[in-house]
Design a protein around this ligand. Sequence first.
Ligand SMILES: [Zn+2]
Length: 149
Amino acid sequence: MIRFALVCANGHEFESWFASNESYDFQIANKLVSCPYCNGTGIAKAVMAPAVARAVGASAKPAAAPKQNVALLGEADGGLRDMARELHQKIVAATVDVGTEFAREARRIHDGEAPERPIRGQTSPEEARALLDEGVEIMPMPASPEDLG
Ligand SMILES: [Zn+2]
């Protein structure tokens, strides 16, 4: 079983368990998963990205770091781990790292103000949701086991 953090088109966040990635893909493609809050079926995986550092006032409480999605795989699933690592490496190889400028750059590309090219970087969950709402087709990076250290 794999647990995914999901987000609906209206920005509601919830979690759901799936037998496998394939099961997730099938259920999403066939609109079998609906938002528990609004029943919407425009479901996507919540973006897992490190939070952008935010300036906090002296009196403001520091923002809690968002939780990272992790999976514990059994012996038989070792191939999945390799696939995730391979996919991660492929995305890294195919994209330009724009770091914390990601949201700004993604918008510029979306608006035709910057040359279209694959980029990766960090953004906050709120910003990622805003981008998706604006029709910018971003996707979560698969974590490589090395990233979790
Ligand atoms: Zn919803």
